[in-house]
Design a binder for this molecule. Sequence first.
Ligand code: OOG
Ligand code: NI
Length: 266
Amino acid sequence: MSQQVEQFFEHLWQDYLQKTPSAGKVHQVLGGGAEIINDHVAFRTFNIAPVKLEKLAELFENMGYFANGDYHFEAKKLRAKHYEHDNKDLPKIFISELLVEEFPDDVQQIIVDMVASIDPKAVEQAEFLYSGTHWQVTKAQYDRLLEESEYAAWMSAFGFCANHFTVSVNRLPGYDSVEQVNQKLKDEGFVLNSAGGEVKGNPDVFLEQSSTMADRIDVAFADQSAQIPSCFYEFAKRYNMPDGELYTGFVAASADKIFESTNAKG
Ligand code: OOG
Ligand code: NI
């Protein structure tokens, strides 16, 4: 792995740790301080230039990644693609984008104004992927976005960063199943995302996933601070397909529920 790519993921991880204090604890609990291999890292964006999904993906294509799957989430008004690398020690990349034109005019306007603050040249650099927000919205604007889309509200508060890292259970010593990982995390006091059941997917779709509910951190809005859900950790176990190859894709029905890990905990 080139030093540049390694440094990119290290910076991405450090930025994620700042927003996700529980991620360090997850590593401690599951790995006891040993290195953990991640299955994938997920990013969110808007389908507006200069930050469209395919534009952010170019930054990964520059690192040798290639596209290998398309996903649609009609109710959440999202689409996504995943990217893989020949180096199997590198995480897969899942990028989704919000279909902004499907929202009411006032919501579109808030988002268009946010994106207008981005210097298009900044999007050419890999650091853009952990550059956070390039704008500041008011708490009322955040709340308005939240009424229409939890994803849009999350983007307004956190911008460009790793939304989650995902432990590869296949490559996690001492654990055979997502259920075992879940039990250990619950014993340690973590709250899991139970939307659609704690384990999403099954061996028939060649992928099982679970996730913690996002941490809550203080965010400085333009007019006030508030504690809101930030980022979470996911756990994935992949199964062999009939041809004997490990499945490398994602499962839209499961992903639809994983998105809800940044919802407020009720
Ligand atoms: C992505 C949710 C989907 C997966 O592994 O299926 C996902 C997100 O919350 O941004 O990560
Ligand atoms: Ni994921």
